[in-house]
Design a protein around this ligand. Structure first.
Ligand code: URA
Length: 439
């Protein structure tokens, strides 16, 4: 099947047949379709869309481009969560141990930061000694013995997505619902899960800025995942302000440990984390009602058992055995720590979250090129949430920078990202709505 014929068909708005999609994914994986042909088809899909059946076929073909894991030997349900990406979104670090504490198995294969959003893998890499790319035997052992393992994507998992994503990234075709759907779900299906919960972010710090576009993505993800045989629900959550009060890598790990141990817990982060945990417990069949699921998740957290599971996971993957107790001595610290003081008083009415994410990237906490080495120590903490009553001279946030010049830049970015007003703003709910197959 000639690549150009497949491109012509989609260019002319005709649906692709499963064998044409399979030929495209084979050519994408073995390199026999040139970068130009892949980019042209990506753009044709971006412009003309895909029918549901086409998106399912693309997702399945991309799943089958590499290894598909099998967890059928685990003694309990195997489940995971995937977020479409945000700022200060360290939910996975708490969620995996909470859900594992309740009896599920969570093999969480996570990605690096993308654009202005942070990546779970980069955060875990801030922990000294932690093997975020273990071999399969160790990965399985930790999932079985501890209940969860948060690791990085391996090269043999959905390799078609790896090449397609890199080409989409530089050809303006990332923000396409069928392409995002196939990209995310091919990896999750290859991970061999038995159920999945999606956290679809909507707002100025998400890839989908409006509720309408986030809803379209959520519907597509839920329909295609279920169509591909993976029971999946989604929560749409607010990303019009950073979710945690920290954005960066080591600083988000510290925030997560404080959350787990109860030393400090950001309110919106807690609401989203417990809502996702309840959703996962329902999907995994561990709870039969929402109330029961919430209570199980809440107990896992308040009893300290989830913090214990997190500590055991870190240690089983090579990190310090006393990480939860002494994380401050292990996590890298930035040399310059500077509060960003407000020049005026007022209520925080809006935060340009994407700009906070970009400020973290500019500090060195994210990448501008795939080969960049990130600085795990830098970031922004104590981000005042929307609704905070700020007096002149109060800190809007604290910048953690490698040097004074970087701190100057980040300080200016924080000032620019915050809007202060006179009236107390309406407080948006962090969980916007649930999307299931029939909704
Ligand atoms: N995350 C992915 O894994 N793929 C996309 O296309 C977008 C976000």
């Amino acid at each position: 099947m000639l690549p150009q014929e497949i491109v012509r068909k989609k260019r002319d708005r005709q649906p692709l047949a499963p064998d044409e999609i399979a030929a495209f994914v084979a050519g994408l994986t073995d390199g026999s379709f040139s970068e130009g042909q892949v980019a042209a088809l990506g753009m044709a899909i971006f412009l003309n869309g895909m029918e549901r059946d086409e998106a399912v076929a693309l997702t399945l073909a991309m799943r089958d481009s590499g290894t598909v894991l099998d967890w059928s030997d685990m003694p309990g349900p195997v489940t995971d969560k995937h977020s479409t990406g945000g700022v200060g979104d360290n939910v996975s670090l708490m969620l995996a141990p909470i859900v594992a504490t309740c009896g599920a198995y969570v093999p969480m294969i996570s990605g690096r930061g993308l654009g202005h959003t942070g990546g779970t893998l980069d955060k875990m890499d801030a922990i000294p000694g932690y093997a975020s790319q273990p071999d399969k035997a160790l990965f399985r052992k930790v999932v079985r013995e501890v209940g969860c393992a948060v690791i990085g994507q391996t090269a043999d998992l959905a390799p078609a997505d790896k090449r397609f994503y890199a080409i989409r990234d530089v050809t303006g075709t990332v923000e396409s619902i069928p392409l995002i759907t196939a990209s995310i779900l091919s990896k999750k299906l290859a991970a061999g899960l038995q159920s999945l919960v999606l956290d679809v972010k909507a707002g100025n710090g998400a890839f989908m800025a409006t509720k309408k576009s986030a809803s379209g993505l959520a519907q597509s993800l839920v329909a295609v995942a279920n169509g591909a045989g993976l029971p999946t629900t989604a929560l749409m959550t607010d990303m019009n302000q950073p979710l945690a009060s920290a954005a960066g890598n080591a600083v988000e790990v510290a925030n997560a440990v404080d959350f787990l141990t109860g030393r400090a817990r950001d309110r919106r982060l807690e609401e989203v984390t417990l809502a996702l945990a309840a959703e996962m417990l329902l999907a995994a069949g561990i709870a039969s009602t929402h109330r029961q699921a919430e209570s199980l998740a809440g107990n896992a957290l308040s009893s300290g058992r989830a913090a214990d599971v997190f500590g055991r996971m870190v240690s089983a993957l090579g990190g310090p055995a006393d990480f939860v107790e002494k994380y401050q001595t292990y996590l890298p610290q930035a040399p310059v720590i500077r509060p960003v003081k407000s020049g005026k008083s007022g209520f925080v009415t809006a935060i340009a979250s994407r700009d906070i994410g970009i400020a973290v990237v500019a500090l060195g906490g994210g990448r501008t090129k795939p080969e960049d080495v990130i600085d795990h120590a830098v970031g922004i903490t104590a981000l005042a949430p929307v609704g905070t009553d700020i007096a002149k001279g109060d800190a809007l946030a604290i910048v953690h920078a490698r040097n004074e010049a970087d701190a100057d830049q980040a300080e200016a970015a924080v000032h620019a990202a915050y809007t202060l007003g006179e009236g107390r703003p309406r407080m948006p709910r962090p969980v916007i709505r649930r999307i299931a197959l029939s909704s």
